[in-house]
Design a protein around this ligand. Structure first.
Ligand code: XIL
Length: 356
C-alpha cells in the first residue's frame, strides 16, 4: 500500500486510470475558482467531475427564454483544461426547478415542448462548445418513489409515463455520443438518520442487507423500466446509483446492480458519500468503518465490468451538502476532512483502485 500524499501529483487519478474507472467528484464553481487546495485535489484525483448544482434547471434555465451557462461552463472548461470529462447532472428532476416551471399552467403539449427545448439546448450547448467533454448525462433523476411507483412530479402529472423515454430520445438526438443515464437513490440517509435518532432499526430502503433488487421496490421498478427500454430500443446506456450512505451501511452494489450488465447497460456510482454522526469527526472506529464502506462500494464497481464510473458527492467535508441537509446531525462524509486532510477513507479508495 502506497500512502497517498496530499498535493502529490495524480493522487487517485493514476490509480483510477489504471483500473479503467472514471473517478471523481461533484464540484462547485466557487471553491474551484478561489481555493488552491480544492483545485489541486480535483486536478490530482479526478478523471471525471459532476457539477453539483450548476446544470440544474433553476440555475441553467432560470427564465422561459433565459439560459445562463456561465458557471456550468466554468466547471466544464476547467475539466477540459485538466483533461477530465464531465457527467452532466441533471436534465429532468422534480427538485431545483424554477418557479416559472413549477407554477406554470401547462398542457402535455406545452410542457413537452419546454422539456424538449431544455434538453436540446443544454445538451447541444455542451456538445458544440466543449466537444467530447460531457460524456455522460443524468437525463432523468429520481423518477420513482421508494414503493416503486412513479414519483408524483410535474413531468409525471402533466406529460405522463412516457416523459422518461421522450427525455432520453431528446438527449440522444442532441448528442448521439453521450452516455444517457437514469439516476436514483436506493438507500436514504435521512431514513437511516431518523432511525438512528429514534433507536429504531433502519427503515425500508436503508437496510444494508437488502441487495436483491427484487426486494427493493424502487430498484425493481427501475429494472422493469430499463428492461422495457432495452427491449424497445429506447436510448438508455446506464443506471446511476447515487449511494448516499450512512456510517458503515454499504450496500453490495454489484449485487443490487447485477441485472444491469445482462441488459447491455452500464451502472455507475454517481453521488457517493458516507455520512457519520457530526460528533464522530475524530472517532477512529467510525472513520475506519467509513473507510470500509468506501472500500466495499469501490470494490463492487472495480470488480464488475458493467461499472466504470464512481463519483463522490463533494471534494472535502468543508463543502459537503450533508450537514445542511441533515440539520447538522450528520457530517464527515467525504475523503478529505474540513481542513482538507486525507482520511482513512482516502487510503481505502486508493487501495481498492490499485488492488489486482
Ligand atoms: C444536492 C446538492 O448537493 C446541494 O448543494 C443542493 O442544495 C441540493 O442538491 N441527489 C441529487 C443531487 O441528485 O442533485 C443532490 O444534490 C443530492 C441528492
Amino acid at each position: 500500500m502506497v500512502m497517498c500524499v496530499l498535493l502529490a501529483s495524480a493522487c487517485l487519478r493514476t490509480p483510477a486510470e489504471e483500473a479503467g474507472i472514471d473517478f471523481g467528484y461533484a464540484i462547485d464553481p466557487g471553491p474551484l475558482a478561489t481555493d488552491p487546495i480544492y483545485q489541486t485535489i480535483v486536478r490530482n484525483d479526478a478523471t471525471i467531475v459532476t457539477p453539483e448544482n450548476h446544470m440544474k434547471w433553476s440555475l441553467i434555465h432560470p427564465g422561459p427564454n433565459t439560459y445562463d451557462f456561465t458557471l456550468a461552463d466554468q466547471i466544464v472548461a476547467t475539466a477540459a483544461a485538466n483533461g477530465q470529462s464531465v457527467r452532466g447532472h441533471t436534465l429532468v428532476w422534480h427538485s431545483q426547478l424554477p418557479a416559472w416551471v413549477t407554477s406554470g399552467i401547462w398542457t402535455r403539449e406545452t410542457l413537452l415542448s419546454v422539456l424538449e427545448d431544455h434538453i436540446t439546448t443544454v445538451v447541444s450547448h455542451y456538445r458544440d462548445n466543449f466537444p467530447g467533454v460531457v460524456t455522460q448525462w443524468d437525463v432523468v433523476n429520481e423518477a420513482f418513489h421508494a414503493d416503486g411507483t412513479r414519483r408524483d412530479t410535474i413531468w409525471q402529472q402533466v406529460i405522463g409515463d412516457d416523459y422518461i423515454e421522450l427525455a432520453l430520445q431528446f438527449a440522444r438526438a442532441a448528442d448521439p455520443d453521450a452516455e444517457l443515464y437514469i439516476n436514483d437513490f436506493y438507500d436514504n440517509v435521512i431514513v437511516a438518520a431518523d432511525s438512528q435518532l429514534n433507536g429504531l432499526p433502519a427503515g425500508p430502503g436503508a437496510s444494508p442487507d437488502r441487495t436483491d433488487c427484487a426486494l427493493v421496490p424502487k430498484c425493481a421498478a427501475t429494472r422493469t423500466l430499463a428492461t422495457d427500454f432495452s427491449n424497445r430500443g429506447v436510448p438508455i446506456d446506464g443506471i446511476g446509483f447515487q449511494a448516499h450512505l450512512f456510517g458503515q451501511q454499504a450496500t453490495d452494489y454489484a449485487e443490487l446492480a447485477s441485472w444491469v450488465g445482462p441488459l447491455g447497460l452500464e451502472w455507475a456510482i454517481t453521488e457517493l458519500d458516507v455520512a457519520l454522526l457530526a460528533a464522530q469527526g475524530d472517532d477512529n472506529a467510525a472513520l475506519t468503518a467509513q473507510a470500509d464502506a468506501y472500500a466495499k462500494v469501490v470494490d463492487a464497481c472495480v470488480g464488475d465490468p458493467a461499472c466504470d464510473t464512481i463519483v463522490l458527492w463533494g471534494v472535502s467535508d468543508a463543502h459537503s451538502w450533508i450537514p445542511g441537509t441533515t440539520f447538522g446531525l450528520l457530517d464527515h462524509g467525504l475523503l478529505y476532512d474540513h481542513d482538507n486532510v486525507p482520511k482513512p477513507a482516502l487510503v481505502a479508495v486508493y487501495d481498492s483502485l490499485t488492488a489486482e
